[in-house]
Every structure is written in structure tokens, then in C-alpha cells.
Design a protein around this ligand. Structure first.
Ligand SMILES: [Cu+2]
Length: 595
């Protein structure tokens, strides 16, 4: 498994992953006048193809041979019935009452070669940009694509386009990462075997291309055409495995209007910071008045690294924004302008925080906020990168001769192997779920220390070890939940992108240092907090999120740095059934794959 194959056919033999996957969306508009349903069929074929980047050919896993994968478009307020297989999961859709496209071993076991699998997803209120991606190992590095959710018929965007209301869309921009010589599965296996950190990627990418600042990359560089005087909607996604990214367009400001498919109060920004898993919708005025005949601009994506003490990818990917008609006629092929002044430096924590702090919900009549004013339960959850001793029969070579791990509240999550959490919960509620998971995920850190003190480890008071286990948290149906994610300095502070399946959540507070349960809640923003599904917790700080547990199912909670996820910075929220039939978890489909 995992060797790089030279031909697609050989790759299929190696990975045995040629699965025919069909997505069939049954669309039933809520508006009574539009009861007639429309069905969109998406045919996803997972296959290997050979591509060349950074002067090197390698085989990658794709959907339909496309990298990035196909774009799915639909309208909000629909019910959909996709048939999806176990590799591709739908990111961040509030799939109502599950079982939905979730990670393997959480709500389903991996689908075996040749099999297919159907399940139902009921969408709720997302509008804007989401994405779908693989949730097996590091496969999502190349198995991902955009989901565009248009305003429902009869409605429009809650913001003005510059001169007319006609929507001009730029092609979606997916940021990613590229390893020149390595198959991502090999990287994962090596990390598991050695206990070492994942080797940094060799390039960031924009729509699968590093851009012409890299060798052998000029021909593939994405070129996005615009006409002067028009306003465009730009959809931006960070599909990267290991890095936050800054993004800026030379000569242009962006008007941010949405994140994670939820509208924001519009604000002008010279750059955005997008964490892995997050999306940003922004308007771009093609109106470069100060350009003096210039007509080509770089769109640039640079790593934002909050912890420079570990190796990282210090490169910048580019695409080109090109005016198709200038005041003087045909564009001249001058080198594009680089956003030197507006793209922050790689370690500019202030620029990242300043951007993130500006995110606010639109909070309008059509798009109101519904943040719980009081909570029934507050969880304080520390996020820690840990070290574990090498196993006696498996030597390892991580830091200090140990093995890297990660945890939430000192519980390092272990995937069950015999049966997935959903099946264990749904079919064995009488307590026999024991042996698959324990419903004892801690509500608070098991030991309290000065979490963000850089000297905490050298003080000898806190060890780097963690406990391993499949520990989940059961939430009462309808309860108002607050989760405070708290960074720790045990192996060094870092900004973790924390992601919750099944819910969008309000980000009601953030701060540096240690969360103070007595003082900080008084300063929460309960008026217009941003509604997100992935939040970048400040390095050496904390973030508080609130949501109502009204979506009964089994939901994965994890850091969206994939190596942290693999190391165990995860847990599962099981939301209990409500009283009415439509508040109960749907029965898992009969054809759920067996482990
Ligand atoms: Cu993390």
C-alpha cells in the first residue's frame, strides 16, 4: 500500500480504491410554489492519476481524475439524498440527525473496494461556500472539491454588488499543499511508524498549482480573467493539511461577506487568514485605478505559521488575476504585481488575529443570530501536543526518542476498530457500547496548571504524556452547550483550527492566556458573534463557542491540522434524541459498511 505508482492502472491495483460513487441530490424546495423536485446527479469515481508538479511526476488519488475535484452546486433549503462512499465526506454541512458523511470509524467503517453506500443528508441554513473532502488518512490532500450553495430561489445575496446586482463569480479558489516526492499516504505511515512530525509540504497550491514562482510551474499557473468595472464574488477554501494561510490579491482589497457558508457583516480587508477547513466569501472590485496600465496581479497564498519552532513550509503559492480589457485595449504581458505590502509575513500573528477578530455575523432580519444567552453545560477543553514512550516492540524516533501524540483534556483519541461509534451507540444503547467507547470525556482539564506558560514543561510540574482512549461526550438533546478551547504550552503553543461536525457554532469569545471562567464570559459577544464550523484558536489563548445540541447523531470534534487529528486531538459528541419523531437520530442505513 501506498507506493507511488507510475500508471493509473498500477495505482488502482495498489490502492484497490476504484469505487464508483454516485451523488444523487433530491431537491425539494421549501417554497410551496416550487414543490417540484429536481435531481442532480453527481458521479464520483475515485481513481489515481499521474500528475506533474515541481518538475516531478507522481500518482495522486482524485475524484474523476480531477484535481481539485468537481464542484457541486445547489440551492439552500433543500433536502438531499446523496450516495457517498466511505472516503469522501461532506465537510461541515449540518447534516440533520445523521448518520451522515462522517469520518471512518466514527459513524461508519471504511467502504470496501467495489462497494457503494447511500445515506441521507438534510441541509439546513448554510448559504455560500463549503467543500467536500476525503476523511481517510491524508487523502484529502488531493481528494477535495467545492460546494457552492446559492441563495434559495426568489432570494438574493444580502450585500450589494458594486454597480449592478448581477453576480459575477470567479472560479472558486482552493488552497492546498503539495509534497514533491512523497505520496501523502506514505507520509502518514512514516509518521505513525516513527512517531516523528510530518515532513512539511514543499509548496502551497492554488487550485492544485504552486504558481510560477516555483520551477516547472509557469504553464499550469491558474489565470483568472476579470473585466474592469465589474464586481466579483470570490470563494476561498483552505484544503491544506498542515497550515493556516494568508491570502491577498495585489492592487485590490477584498470585501469579506461570509465565512463557512454563513454571512458576515461586510468588511474590507487587504488580506484574509483562512485556517484549514475554513471558507471565505469575498467581493473583489475589478477597479485598479491606480494601476497605470498594469493588468496582471498575483493572488498569493502564504503559510501563516504560529509556531516557528517546528519545521514548516515557508513558501507562497500564486495565481494570476488578469484584466481581459484594459483602458488601452489588449492586456500587455508584463509580469504580475505581487502583493508585497498587503500579504503578511509568515509569522505575523498580529495580522492573523486582527483579521479573525473582525468576523461578525450579519445579524439582519433575514439572517438573524440565535446564540444561546445562557448555557446548560460548559466544557473547558485543553488542546495539547504530547509525547508518548515508544512501544516495546516498535522503536520510534520522535522528539526526545519518544512518539508524538495529541490530546483534548489529556485524552488522546483512539479510533475504535471493531465497530464504529455510531453503530455501537445506536444498536447497543443498553451499556454494551463498552468496549467500543467510554462516555467519560472530561468536562474540564483533569489537572489545572498555568496552561499557556512557556516554561510549564521545564518547571517539571507538567509532563508531556497523555492517556489514550476512545472517550466521548454525550449531550442532552436541546441543551445549550459552550465549549472553551484552551491552548497549552506543553510542547509549545500553536493556533489550532478546531472543527465540529454536525453544527455551526457561534464564536462568542477569544483571548490570550488562560480562560478565566469567572471573568471572561462577561465579555462575550452575544450580539453578533460569527457563526462558523472551524475556528482558529489563538496561539497561547482560548476561544469560546456556543451551540444548541439539537442535532441528534454522532459527531466528530477534531483539530483540522490532520497530523494533530491522527495523533488524537479529537473526541466525539453524541447528541441524544429529542422527544418528537423528527428529533430522533435516523436509523443507520441497512448497507452501512462493516468494519
Ligand atoms: Cu491542532
Amino acid at each position: 500500500m501506498g507506493a507511488v505508482a507510475d500508471t493509473p492502472a498500477a495505482a488502482v491495483l495498489l490502492r484497490l480504491l476504484q469505487l464508483a460513487v454516485f451523488l444523487a441530490f433530491g431537491v425539494a424546495a421549501v417554497c410551496p410554489a416550487a414543490q417540484a423536485s429536481t435531481v442532480h446527479h453527481y458521479h464520483f469515481l475515485v481513481k489515481r492519476v499521474s500528475v506533474t508538479r515541481l518538475c516531478r511526476q507522481k500518482s495522486i488519488l482524485t475524484v474523476n481524475g480531477q484535481f481539485p475535484g468537481p464542484t457541486i452546486r445547489w440551492f439552500v433549503q433543500i433536502m438531499s439524498q446523496p450516495i457517498v462512499h466511505g472516503v469522501v465526506g461532506v465537510h461541515a454541512l449540518m447534516a440533520r440527525r445523521g448518520p451522515a458523511a462522517e469520518p471512518e470509524y466514527i459513524t461508519q467503517c471504511p467502504i470496501q473496494p467495489g462497494a457503494s453506500f447511500a445515506y441521507r443528508v438534510i441541509l439546513s441554513q448554510e448559504e455560500g461556500t463549503l467543500w467536500w473532502h476525503a476523511h481517510t488518512g491524508f487523502d484529502r490532500a488531493t481528494v477535495h472539491g467545492v460546494i457552492v450553495i446559492h441563495p434559495s430561489r426568489g432570494t438574493t445575496f444580502p450585500f450589494q454588488f458594486h454597480k449592478n446586482q448581477r453576480v459575477e463569480e470567479l472560479p472558486p479558489i482552493i488552497l492546498g499543499e503539495w509534497w514533491r516526492d512523497d505520496d501523502v499516504t506514505d507520509l502518514l505511515e512514516e509518521t505513525k511508524r516513527t512517531g516523528r512530525d510530518v515532513k512539511p509540504s514543499d509548496a502551497n497550491t492554488i487550485n492544485g498549482e504552486p504558481g510560477d514562482l516555483f520551477p516547472c510551474s509557469s504553464r499550469g499557473t491558474s489565470v483568472v480573467a476579470v473585466e474592469r468595472g465589474k464586481t466579483y464574488l470570490l470563494r476561498l477554501i483552505n484544503a491544506g493539511l498542515t497550515n493556516h494561510m494568508f491570502f491577498a490579491v495585489a492592487g485590490h482589497r477584498l470585501m469579506v461577506v461570509a465565512t463557512d457558508a454563513r454571512y458576515t457583516k461586510p468588511f474590507a480587508a487587504d488580506h484574509v487568514m483562512v485556517a484549514p477547513g475554513q471558507t471565505v466569501d469575498a467581493l473583489l472590485d475589478a477597479d485598479d485605478r491606480s494601476a497605470r496600465g498594469q493588468c496582471r496581479y498575483y493572488m498569493a497564498a502564504r503559510t501563516f505559521v504560529s509556531d516557528t519552532t517546528v519545521p514548516f513550509n515557508n513558501s507562497t503559492a500564486t495565481a494570476v488575476l488578469e484584466y481581459t480589457r484594459t483602458r488601452r485595449g489588449t492586456p500587455r504581458r508584463r509580469p504580475p504585481v505581487f502583493p508585497t505590502a498587503t500579504l503578511p509575513a509568515m509569522n505575523d500573528i498580529g495580522a492573523a488575529e486582527a483579521y479573525t477578530a473582525r468576523l461578525r455575523s450579519l445579524a439582519s432580519e433575514e439572517h438573524p443570530v440565535d446564540v444561546p444567552a445562557r448555557v446548560d453545560e460548559r466544557l473547558v477543553v485543553t488542546m495539547t501536543v504530547n509525547l508518548l514512550p515508544c512501544a516495546a516492540n516498535a522503536p520510534c524516533s520522535g522528539p526526545g526518542g519518544a512518539r508524538l501524540a495529541a490530546s483534548l483534556n489529556n485524552a488522546s483519541f483512539v479510533n475504535p476498530s471493531a465497530v464504529d461509534v455510531l453503530r455501537a451507540y445506536y444498536f447497543r444503547r443498553s451499556g454494551s457500547a463498552r468496549g467500543v467507547y467510554e462516555a467519560d470525556f472530561p468536562d474540564h482539564p483533569p489537572s489545572v496548571f498555568n496552561f499557556t506558560d512557556p516554561g510549564v514543561r521545564s518547571s517539571g510540574l507538567v509532563g508531556a504524556a497523555t492517556e489514550r482512549g476512545t472517550r466521548v461526550k454525550v449531550l442532552e438533546h436541546g441543551a445549550a452547550i459552550e465549549v472553551v478551547f484552551q491552548d497549552t504550552a506543553v510542547l509549545g503553543t500553536v493556533s489550532h483550527p478546531m472543527h465540529l461536525h454536525g453544527f455551526s457554532f457561534y464564536v462568542v469569545g477569544r483571548g490570550l492566556g488562560n480562560f478565566d471562567e469567572r471573568r471572561d464570559p462577561a465579555r462575550y459577544n452575544l450580539a453578533d458573534p460569527p457563526l462558523q464550523n472551524t475556528v482558529a484558536v489563538p496561539k497561547g489563548g482560548w476561544t469560546a463557542i456556543r451551540f444548541r445540541a439539537d442535532n441528534p447523531a454522532v459527531w466528530f470534534v477534531h483539530c483540522h491540522f490532520d497530523r494533530h487529528m491522527v495523533w488524537g486531538m479529537d473526541t466525539v459528541f453524541i447528541v441524544k434524541d429529542g422527544k418528537t419523531p423528527d428529533a430522533k437520530m435516523m436509523r443507520p442505513p441497512w448497507n452501512m459498511p462493516q468494519c
